[in-house]
Every structure is written in structure tokens, then in C-alpha cells.
Ligand binder design. Structure first.
Ligand SMILES: NC(=O)c1ccc[n+]([C@@H]2O[C@H](COP(=O)([O-])OP(=O)(O)OC[C@H]3O[C@@H](n4cnc5c(N)ncnc54)[C@H](OP(=O)(O)O)[C@@H]3O)[C@@H](O)[C@H]2O)c1
Length: 271
């Protein structure tokens, strides 16, 4: 495996750095990190033997593997620097939200490029990463990218970049949808007489338990729901109210709004 260079070591970059080292993709000493200012993550990585650079100046030319984890607004400056350090053998993996393959290709024309959409549970190695490559990515590079991106949870490849926008709407924003449900569970619990602390435990543990059950069960979500919805029972009374307000189609409408917004933001980056 090529020695990776990680550019941007903030929230996401540090998660990737930790996951790559922990899962044995490379050792701490084989990783190079470029980060403008030292932060607690870079200090910890440097202490464990990772080379931490403040700029691209000391980075040797012709890198094999570059991971881009800066904010989209810093992408222009960073891509211009990266372009000087790559050739057609270089694999570049970008996790920058909304920065399309077209923008990346414009600046890094020679490279094999993979655009990835991770989500926040990546920080606890329970994330979802969906990725898509330009025409130059070799099978071998896809294997490398998959092994890197799946260190943070699950990962899969899509062939059409539009599915990155779709993933943004489902798995990217998805944790926020569940937090929204947690808010509703908490507020409902409080209205039914539980203390704030009890409401918090009820909401969190219910979502955690249900997610683990969903993940470990052979049943699909509909079947699992049916199993707790006995005729004439309490759950069915609640879902009847949800259905009368078209809750499911309202949620799907919301997911589609997120999808459209993702496409729009991608186009803005391209301008
Ligand atoms: N957080 C998420 O859950 C999530 C999910 C999906 C995608 N993403 C994507 O992941 C990327 C990183 O997000 P984040 O939350 O980790 O952002 P972040 O915490 O701001 O980390 C980015 C880091 O890059 C550094 N940086 C900026 N310009 C640089 C340069 N020229 N050279 C070296 N380092 C530079 C920043 O330093 P300064 O702070 O000093 O500028 C910062 O420490 C973003 O593009 C975001 O769209 C994040």
C-alpha cells in the first residue's frame, strides 16, 4: 500500500487518520499530514510518529495517495498545491462535500480521483461512506480506496456521480433525521410526565436498541414494525396518526429536498 498524505486534519481528517492507523492500512510513521496550524489531533499524531507538515513545501513531488479533507471553501487553494505533487499514478480521495468530480478533474486532470460522501458516525467507526471515481481509477486503486473508506464503517461504490447527491440526502443528512426523531421522542416523553433526564434516556436507548435490532435481524424494517404492532394495540394507534398525516411521504419529500439541494450546491461549486 502506498504511503498516504492526508490534507486537512480537523474533525473528519483526524477520524480518517486514526481509523487508517488503527485498522492497519499504514503505520503512524507512514502517514504524512498537512495541516495549516497545529491542533490537538496533529499534536497527538505527531507524538505517535506521524509526519505533520504545515505546508506543501516540504512534501516530495509525485505522491501515490492523497486524501483531501479540508473544507470545500479551501479546496481551490489546496487543489492548486496538490496538482504539483501528482501524476497519473496518484490516487486522490476527496471527502469534500459538494466538490464534484468535474471540479476535481479540472484541477487534477492527471490523477485517479475518487469523490466520497461520509457521514458523522464515521467518527465512531459506524459511518457510511459512498464513493464514485473518475474514468482513470484502476481496479487496484478502487480496492485501496475501499479499504481506506471502510475503516470508518461501511462503504460502497456507485457508478453514477448523481448517486453521491442521493447518498448525501440519505446517509449524509440521515443522522440528523434520527436526531430529529430523538427530539420528538424526548419532547413526547416530557409531555407524558417523564423528567428531562428520563426522557433523554428513553429516546437515546430506544433509538440505539432499535438500530442494533434492525442491524442484527433478518427482518426488514416493515416486518420489525409489524411485530410490535399488535391489532388493537398501542403502536398501531400511533402509526395510524402518523399515516393520517402522511408522515412517511412527508419524510420522503424532505429527503428529495436534501437531494435537490445537494445537486444545487455541487453546481455552485462548479461555477
Ligand atoms: N464533518 C462531517 O461530518 C463531514 C461529513 C461529510 C463530509 N465532510 C467533509 O469533510 C471535509 C472536512 O470537514 P471537517 O468537518 O473535518 O472540517 P474541519 O474540521 O474544518 O477540518 C478541515 C481542516 O483543514 C485545515 N486546512 C484548511 N486549509 C488547509 C490547507 N491549505 N492546508 C492544510 N490544512 C488546511 C483546516 O485548518 P483551519 O481550521 O486552520 O482552516 C482544518 O483543520 C469537508 O470538506 C466536509 O465537507 C465532513
Amino acid at each position: 500500500m502506498a504511503k498516504p498524505v492526508l490534507i486537512g486534519c480537523g474533525n473528519m481528517g483526524s477520524v480518517l487518520a486514526d481509523a487508517i492507523i488503527k485498522k492497519g492500512i499504514c503505520s503512524a510513521g507512514e502517514l504524512t499530514v498537512i495541516e495549516k496550524f497545529a491542533n490537538p489531533y496533529t499534536k497527538r499524531l505527531a507524538k505517535n510518529g506521524t509526519k505533520v507538515l504545515k505546508s506543501f513545501k516540504k512534501l516530495p513531488a509525485k505522491q501515490d495517495l492523497v486524501i483531501l479533507a479540508v473544507k470545500p471553501q479551501d479546496s481551490a487553494e489546496v487543489l492548486a498545491e496538490v496538482a504539483r505533487k501528482i501524476d497519473e499514478k496518484t490516487l486522490v480521495i476527496s471527502i469534500m462535500a459538494g466538490v464534484t468530480l468535474s471540479v476535481l478533474r479540472d484541477k487534477l486532470s492527471d490523477a485517479q480521483i475518487i469523490r466520497c460522501m461520509p457521514n458523522t458516525p464515521c467518527s465512531i467507526q459506524q459511518g457510511m461512506a459512498v464513493y464514485c471515481g473518475n474514468g482513470k481509477v484502476t481496479d487496484h486503486s478502487y480496492v485501496i480506496a475501499h479499504s481506506i473508506l471502510s475503516t470508518m464503517g461501511k462503504a460502497f461504490k456507485v457508478d453514477d456521480e448523481i448517486m453521491i447527491d442521493a447518498a448525501t440526502a440519505i446517509s449524509g443528512s440521515g443522522p440528523a433525521y434520527l436526531f430529529y426523531l430523538a427530539e420528538a421522542l424526548k419532547e413526547g416523553a416530557a409531555e407524558l410526565g417523564f423528567s428531562d433526564q428520563q426522557a433523554e434516556i428513553l429516546a437515546t436507548q430506544t433509538l440505539l436498541g432499535a438500530s442494533i435490532l434492525l442491524n442484527s435481524s433478518d427482518d426488514d424494517p416493515e416486518e420489525l414494525r409489524r411485530k410490535v404492532s399488535s391489532p388493537g394495540g398501542t403502536t398501531l394507534e400511533a402509526t395510524k396518526v402518523f399515516d393520517s398525516h402522511n408522515l412517511k411521504s412527508t419524510l420522503i419529500e424532505g429527503f428529495k429536498a436534501a437531494y435537490n439541494r445537494s445537486i444545487e450546491l455541487g453546481k455552485q461549486q462548479e461555477r
